[in-house]
Design a protein around this ligand. Structure first.
Ligand code: LLP
Length: 427
């Protein structure tokens, strides 16, 4: 086998000679076989990142609930379900997806600030393990709906610990100004209220302070704030079974150095032990850290356009396929699937959508020609899951690889798919 160069952050992506591989699949071959834009995921990478959490949690009461908003494609969910993972859902649609692959309610937690009555009813019917309730008003409605269904709703209150996760403002969720959770100093009263309501049962407590977190300290601060509350709530005579510390662990897109998942888990468990909570069940809701570095987005360079100030490399993937750069100015690495040896030039890599915000990368050094395939790395999380049909662009196809095998897991949308549900007015 030719010498293999691992790319930082994405250990299942490697360059062998001039060619880029995901596991043992040559990415330019997949791009030609399935067409572009194309998402490609490594099943082994997903399994390995889940195993990191599971190994560190072994021997402890725990449940890892994959936050499926990061990537909700059925084959991805299936990969995690087969490995014994639970799921964190935020909508009725996500619930139907996990049910469609045969996951039972006992492995599902239901988060989100705006659950509708219909969503609550369906979740009660199938027996979700826990509702992560985000406001006092939601408690009242949930109790009412549960009563109507003749069920008892297990609840955990999402507490806003007012901890700065040190991440982008759009993906920071645990600060006082955020719409998420119940304020720390109202939490005890909310727990008291939950015990007064007829159809609720307190199951736990949770928080989620943000996403793409690259340090341990915000987690440990949030955990301390949660455990303070657990102690106060239990002193008030209300047992709290589990603590859910949320998701949010970052990945390496460029030069970030987030702690490995195993280290995060060990430090959290250590802190729980030190505070006498070693027997308490620990729930975690990782999304990005399970799938982010397992996926790439392949795109074909359509045109090279020298500009007066900048050179543009116009590719066939756009902001509708991968929203993160446009929405958060996120930096995601872009590399050639087949390396050329010409002198690299600086390009803005942009898509065909009619918006100046439609870019995938700015000022990137690339040696590229029209017709070449490029790969956007670390695109497994919040890539396809956030894709839209803007500019009436069909969403990309998705492929899963394992070793040298590959499967189409989602067909490319057709143009007919895009207006299938529309109606003309009567003449
Ligand atoms: N639990 C809850 C309640 C959440 O709101 C989230 C993510 C997660 C778990 C999973 O967080 P993760 O482990 O993936 O960081 N679209 C943005 C990220 C939004 C995250 C929203 N909440 C992005 O592309 O960066």
């Amino acid at each position: 086998m030719p010498s293999s160069l691992r790319l930082p952050g994405a250990p299942f992506v490697a360059r062998r000679g001039d060619a880029l591989y995901l596991e043992d699949c040559r990415l330019s071959d997949l791009a030609h076989e399935y067409g572009t834009p194309l998402y490609v995921y490594s099943r082994s990478a997903m399994r390995a990142s889940l195993a990191e959490y599971a190994d560190a949690l072994a021997g402890r009461r725990h449940l890892v609930c994959y936050a499926m908003k990061a990537n909700s494609s059925l084959a991805v969910l299936q990969t995690f379900a087969q490995a014994g993972c639970g799921f964190d859902i935020v909508s009725g649609g996500e619930l139907e997806r996990v049910l469609a692959i045969g996951v039972e309610g006992a492995r599902i937690v239901f988060s989100g600030v705006g659950k509708t009555r219909a969503e609550m009813r369906r979740a009660l019917e199938i027996g979700v393990r826990c509702f992560n309730v985000e406001s006092e008003a939601e408690l009242e409605v949930l109790s009412e709906v549960a009563q109507q269904c003749g069920r008892i709703a297990p609840v955990s209150l999402r507490v806003n610990p007012d901890v700065d996760a040190g991440t982008h403002p759009y993906i920071s969720t645990g600060l006082k100004g955020n719409k998420f959770g119940i304020a720390h100093d109202r939490a005890l009263a909310a727990y008291r209220r939950a015990t007064e309501l007829p159809s609720l049962r307190v199951a736990g407590i949770d928080c989620h302070i943000g996403s793409q977190i690259t340090e341990l300290s915000p987690y440990l601060d949030a955990l301390d704030r949660l455990l303070d509350l657990v102690e106060a709530i239990e002193q008030a005579g209300i047992p709290v079974h589990h603590v859910d510390v949320g998701g949010g662990l970052g990945i390496s897109y460029k030069d970030e150095t987030p702690p490995p998942a195993g280290e995060l888990v060990r430090r959290v468990l250590e802190r729980m032990d030190a505070r006498g909570h070693g027997e308490r069940e620990l729930v975690m809701e990782p999304g990005r850290s399970l799938v982010g570095n397992a996926g790439v987005l392949l795109t074909e360079a359509l045109y090279l356009k020298p500009g007066e100030q900048k050179n543009f490399c116009i590719v066939d993937a756009a902001m509708n396929d991968l929203m993160r750069p446009a929405m958060y100015e996120a930096w995601m690495d872009i590399v050639a699937c087949e390396q050329r040896h010409g002198l690299p030039q600086s390009y803005d890599v942009v898509g065909p959508v009619c918006e100046s915000g439609d870019w995938l990368g700015r000022d990137r050094l690339l040696s590229v020609q029209a017709g070449d395939m490029l790969a956007v790395l670390s695109a497994g999380a919040y890539g396809m899951a956030m894709a839209s049909n803007y500019n009436t662009r069909p969403r990309a196809a998705e492929v899963m690889v394992e070793g040298d095998r590959h499967w189409l897991i989602r067909e490319r949308e057709t143009h007919a798919d895009l207006f299938r549900h529309e109606h003309l007015l009567p003449r």
